[in-house]
Each structure stands twice: as C-alpha cells, then as structure tokens.
Design a protein around this ligand. Structure first.
Ligand code: ATP
Ligand code: MG
Length: 262
C-alpha cells in the first residue's frame, strides 16, 4: 500500500520547564495520525493543547522528543522544501510586489526564468490576483494579502500545505469569502492540506476529516469523517443538516456543551 502523505507515529514533545529543577513540560504525548494523499484534514482542540507544536514538527522546524514524523516514505528530520506553511499573519515582504512575493519561494529552486514566470502566473490566476500582481502588500486588503500568501505557498508545488489559523485575524464576512476562495483553490490544486483552527464551523465546512485533540498533553481523542459533498463550497456545506449534527458532536467532544466556566 502507498504511504500516507503524512504520518505521525506516537509523537511526544517535551519542553524543559522554566525552573530547571522541575520536570519537563509535556506539550503533546504519543500523538498519532495519518493524512491521505489529497485529503483535507482539520485539527481542532483547546488552546494550548499543542496544535502549533504539531505543525512545527511536521514542517521540520522542531524535532519530537520521541516518535517519528513521515512525509510520504521519508522521515522528517529538518525543514524541507515539500511543505508549504501558512500562518495567521501573512508574512509577505512589504518591499516586494505581489508577483515578486510569489516568486520568493521559487528563487532557490533552480527553475529557469520562464518556469518561474509560468508558476507565478498560474498561482496568481488560481488565487484571482492577476490584476494585483504589481501592487505592494500595503495596497491590498487583508483578504487579498492572505490569498497572495496562499499563492506563494502553492507556487512551490508543495506535497503538503499546513495552515495555522489562516483566517482568524479577518472580519467575519471576509473570513467567509476567503474560506470559499481557499477551498476552491485547494480543491483545484489537489494538494494535501492540514488546517489548524479554533473555528469548529470552519473545520466542518472545509475538511474531509476532523481530528479532535485533548487538553494538554495533546493526543488525538476523536476522528470524525465529515462526509459532506462539495468541498469547494463551504458556505453551502454549512447549511446542510449533517453540518449541524457534526457541530453538535464536536461541541460535545470538546466539552463545550456542558461548561459554564470561561
Ligand atoms: N518552544 C516552547 N518552549 C516551551 N513551551 C512551549 C514551546 N512551544 C510551545 N510550548 C507550550 O506547549 C503548549 C502547546 O503550545 P501550542 O502553541 O502548540 O498550542 P496551540 O494548541 O497551538 O494553542 P493555541 O490554540 O492557543 O494556538 C503550550 O502550553 C505552550 O506554552
Ligand atoms: Mg497555535
């Protein structure tokens, strides 16, 4: 059988306690999951349960204390060029035009000028930014900047895209528009995607499968197959009866339906 696109095998990450005499602090413990080729998986869980820690391990920016991370058949041992990483903040370079920002990740890849130009054109088109190619980041709206960041991420043809709360800094309406735009672009590219989000509606609307993490030390306590059609249309998905059922299920799984404390 082909390897999954991503696999975490019993991954534990401990951080040294601030007080050196105290025992180390366990952020995630024996965490295991797989993401299949072309699948869109959402990771949800309470604040501080280790979601960003997971992404850093997958991106190779951090190493597990125990356990292994595999990207396809290859073990992740450091940063690698097959993973595209996008955060809440767009991290576009303010002194470069949008076109040159999209070009940024391609510069060290040994592509010819023509190949680079073709990739940039493809992603700008896919992210509906062609007409903004020569603008600078400060001349774009927050939503357009996030689309430019996605174009830059996809331009490297990643085997896996990691999204860490990419919409959480946006207003509610822009967020809905951008979720749709991202869903369409990602579905069109077919890229394997792991999304971290606090927004349970977003997890339901955008993903094929949802992994629910426990409070720290984080482990996967539940896996939910979304089973909704039309992954490229999150708005339509949210109003389907099954979406409501999934929401109720998730609220319960995260113990949010029976808590009065905040
Ligand atoms: N480099 C580090 N050194 C020490 N502790 C860390 C480090 N990185 C993360 N932690 C701790 O590990 C735990 C998990 O952090 P992480 O950022 O992964 O949580 P999260 O689930 O992404 O939270 P949020 O939803 O608030 O973004 C937290 O308690 C955090 O303080
Ligand atoms: Mg986080």
């Amino acid at each position: 059988m082909a390897s999954p696109a991503l696999e975490l095998k019993a991954v534990t990450r401990r951080f040294p306690a601030r007080d050196r005499a105290a025992p180390p602090f366990t952020a995630i413990e024996r965490l295991s999951f797989q993401v299949g080729e072309g699948e869109f998986v959402a990771l949800v869980g309470p604040s501080g349960c280790g979601k960003s820690t997971v992404l850093n391990l997958v991106a190779g920016l951090d190493r597990p204390s125990e356990g292994e991370v595999f990207l396809g058949a290859e073990q992740v041992t450091g940063p690698n060029s097959h993973v595209g990483f996008m955060l809440q903040k767009d991290l576009l370079l303010p002194w470069r035009s949008i076109r040159r920002n999209v070009e940024f990740g391609l510069e060290a890849r040994g592509l010819t000028r023509e190949e680079r130009a073709a990739r940039i054109a493809r992603e700008l088109r896919r992210c509906r930014l062609t007409e903004f190619a020569d603008r600078y980041p400060h001349q774009l709206s927050g939503g357009q900047r996030q689309r430019a960041a996605l174009a830059r991420t996809l331009a490297i043809d990643p085997a896996l895209v990691l999204l860490d709360e990419p919409f959480s800094a946006l207003d509610a309406q822009t967020k809905i528009l951008l979720q749709r735009s991202f869903a369409q672009t990602i579905a069109a590219s077919g890229v394997t995607t792991l999304l971290i989000t606090h927004d349970l509606n977003e997890a339901v609307a955008m993903s094929d499968r949802i992994l629910v993490m426990s409070e720290r030390p984080g482990r996967v306590v539940e896996e939910i197959t979304v089973g909704l059609p039309d992954r490229d249309n999150p708005v339509a998905r949210q109003s389907m009866p099954r979406a409501l059922e999934l929401m109720r299920h998730l609220l319960h799984a995260l113990h949010l339906d029976d808590r009065v404390d905040a």
